[in-house]
Design a binder for this molecule. Sequence first.
Ligand code: GDP
Ligand code: MG
Length: 345
Amino acid sequence: MASSADDSSKDIIKGVICASFDETSVATARAWLPSDLSRALLEKIPELVYKTWSSNPDLQKRLAVLPIPGMTMRALAWFIAPKNQEQDGGAVQGALILLFDETNDAIFYRYIKQFEDLFGKHAAAISTLLETAADETALLEEVSAFSGELGWILDLLKTQELSPDAFPEDVELESQMPMKCKVVVLGDPAVGKTSIVVQFTEKAFKKSYLPTIGFNISEKSISHDGIPVKFMIWDVAGIAKFQQMRKNFYAGAMAVIFVFDLTSKVSLADIKGWYEDVQASIGNTFTGALLGNKCDLVDQVVISPEEASAVASELNLPYFQTSALTGENVDAVFHHFAQDFISQS
Ligand code: GDP
Ligand code: MG
C-alpha cells in the first residue's frame, strides 16, 4: 500500500467506534468513523470488546489491546465506567475503540501514556453523553474530535520515529508542530464551507453534498516560499447545537475562516455571531479571514464589496471574494495563513 509522510496516520487508523453496553449485555456501535466502516465490523467489534471486558473486569480504566480474529487489525479499547459506580457494581457503560493496522502496534505500546491521556479525556466526555442519553450526533462529534487529535499525535510521533534522534521519553506534543495548523471553517448552512474545503484539498467541485453532520477533518500540505505548511481543516456543521462540542472544535484553532454567501444577506449578517462564538471560546488567539463565496454567481450577488469590507474591517479580518466552483481565491486564503505563521515563527 502506498504510504507517504502525508497520509501516515490514515494508514495506521482503520476506524474509531464508540460503543454502548446495556444491562442485557448487548453491545451496540453508536457512532463511528469512517462513516462507511463495514456492518460486519460494527457488529463484531463492540461484542468482542464487551466479552473481553466481562472476562477481565479489572481492565477497566486501562487501555486494552485486543487481537481481532481473522483480521490484520487490532483494537485498542478504553472501557467507559459510569460515574456513579457503586450502584452498578463496577459495570461499564460502553467503550471507545480504535482499530489499527497490526503492523503498527509498536507505536501504541511505546507511547501508551500519551494514548491513555487522549482516550481518558474523550471517554470522560462520552460517559457524560451516554448518561444524559445524548443523541448520535453528539457522540459522533466526540468521536470526530478524538479521531482528529489521534491523527495529529500519530503524525507527530511518526515524524519523530523517523528522525535520527533518540526516542524521547516524554513527547511535548503541542510545542513540536510549528508548521502544522488547525483551521476551523465557520458560517451559516449552505454558504459553501464544505465546497471550499473540497476545492482546496482535492481541486474539485461536487454539485451536491450531504449537509455535514458533526464535522469533518481533512488535511492538506502546501509549500509557501519553499516552506511546507500542513493544514488540518475542521469543517463544522452550521448547526452545531452543543456549546461544549463547539468548544472542542475551536480548541487549538490557529486560523478561522468565516464564510458567507454573496447571494445571501442573512449569511453576512450572521458572521458577527460566528465571530463572537469563537471569541467566547478561545479569545483572540486566532488569525482569521472573511470569505464572500459564490462570486461566480454574478447575476445573483446581493452584497457589494463595500458592505463586505465594512464587516471585515469591523472584525479586523482580511476579505477575500471566492468561488468554490471556479476555485477563484481559494488557495490564496491558505497562502495568506501560511505567510502569517511563517512570519510569526
Ligand atoms: P456548507 O453547508 O456551507 O458546507 O455548503 P456546501 O459546500 O454544502 O454548499 C452548499 C451549496 O452551494 C451546494 O449546492 C454547492 O454546490 C453550492 N456552492 C458552494 N460553493 C459554491 C460556489 O462557489 N459557487 C456556486 N455556484 N455554488 C456553490
Ligand atoms: Mg458543509
